[in-house]
Design a protein around this ligand. Structure first.
Ligand code: ZN
Length: 136
């Protein structure tokens, strides 16, 4: 099996504007790639460099998954995102292992990437996002 690189760590926040300065201070970087991801009911912004970069996620609707997460657990670490070469094949592998998938098929994530989430019940309590990249 090919080892996978981390793409980013997702952090759930109540407000991008309020939280970005703190994470710019932590990472030493400037926020970039701010974008509304309508399908997931979130607005995201990235900060930091390389595989240690962070994706801050703030809800744009009260019924979004991130809004529910914030209501239940408060702000904090939300997910780990790994790069994979063939997302459909990875989902099939997880399915064959009996894992619970949040996304049965790849969907559009931030910046036009194809992504899918695996339920934390199947990943040791950690929400895992898979992102299809040509060179994982
Ligand atoms: Zn992410």
């Amino acid at each position: 099996m090919t080892e996978r690189a981390l793409d980013h760590v997702g952090i759930a926040v109540h407000s991008l504007d309020d939280s970005l300065p703190l994470f710019e201070s932590i990472t030493g970087g400037k926020g970039y790639g701010r974008e509304v991801v309508e399908s997931q009911g979130v607005e995201v912004v990235f900060v930091g460099a390389g595989e240690g970069r962070l994706e801050l996620l703030a809800p744009i609707r009260v019924d979004s998954a991130v809004a529910k997460y914030l209501a239940r657990r408060g702000a904090g670490m939300h997910h780990l995102c790994y790069r994979v070469e063939d997302l459909a094949a990875e989902l099939a592998r997880y399915r064959a292992e009996g894992a619970q998938l949040i996304d049965e098929a790849p969907r559009a994530g931030a910046h036009g990437h194809r992504v899918a989430f695996i339920h934390p019940r199947s990943t040791g309590g950690v929400l895992v996002e898979l992102l299809e990249a040509a060179h994982p």
